[in-house]
Unconditional design. Structure first.
Length: 109
């Protein structure tokens, strides 16, 4: 966060221009982030269907004794996509909130 503040301080731009740049960047980035959410949800759904359980339950119970190499690999990947989902949900929420604030602040082009 500190580095972002420094970048904004170095940007010798009028506030309206800086707001416009931020808004346009957010608008361009949002579809990528939403696609990433969809991708994470699809992976998680696939693992949930494949193993007939949720990652939460699997973490609580632990991997079965009979779990082979493939299940261990899937578990690691499942956790990865779960982390991506959680992180990206927060980012999407915050980008949308930023866009709303910029809209409320006035006509930014």
């Amino acid at each position: 966060m500190d580095s972002m503040v420094k970048v904004l301080e170095m940007a010798d731009l009028p506030a309206a221009e800086l707001a416009s740049i931020v808004k346009q960047g957010a608008i361009l980035r949002l579809p990528y982030l939403e696609g990433r959410l969809l991708q994470a949800r699809e992976h998680i759904k696939s693992f949930t269907e494949q193993y007939g359980t949720t990652l939460h339950d699997l973490r609580a119970q632990g991997l079965p004794e009979r779990a082979g190499y493939a299940m261990h690999e899937d578990f690691i990947e499942w956790e990865y996509w779960s982390d991506i989902l959680q992180e990206t949900e927060i980012v999407v929420k915050n980008v949308k909130a930023l866009l709303e604030k910029l809209e409320d602040a006035g006509d930014v082009r």
